[in-house]
Design a protein around this ligand. Sequence first.
Ligand SMILES: [Zn+2]
Length: 192
Amino acid sequence: MKAYHSNNPKTKNYKTAIISLAVCGVLVAVSVALALGLSLRQKDVPVEPVVNNPITYTMPIAGAEAGQEFSVDKLVYNKTLNQWRTHNGVDFACNKGAEVLAIYDGTVTKVEVTTLEGTVVEIDHGEGLVATYKGLENVTLNKGDKVTSGQKIGEIGTMMTESLEGYHLHLEMTLNGKFVNPMDYLPSSQEK
Ligand SMILES: [Zn+2]
């Protein structure tokens, strides 16, 4: 006796449909597994580091020696004022009259002759970065002037509030209004 179902065309179609469905199901499962495997593997691939700071800054004084370090969280002793206070910038020891250079392209936003800090030049270097150069003299720039990286902006004079440290540039930098350590931006002093 022949098997009833194998001869029944309806059943045959039914069987074919089931097999097709099964094959489709397997194919879908394999595709999903492959896709998952691929995406998982992609996650394991190390992401290429993004070079997000290709800017090269110029040292504000060629060959200067690092003086008082940046310290906004800890008080440091200021021998000139005989006071413990924060030091919102870095000092670059140099000779009187040493040329002070713009660390990057920018626009002069302030030139102020002060009694305590010499001539103070503020330059907006873009991207939220503003640098303030203190202890200068012979500044010929004016507010609104454009400067390029490495351009002379003045010479070293006396900064009364730090005069016992000898002649030096006091450089402050803010990023979006918050003090940052200029040494995080400038080439290391070894590279001069
Ligand atoms: Zn200083």
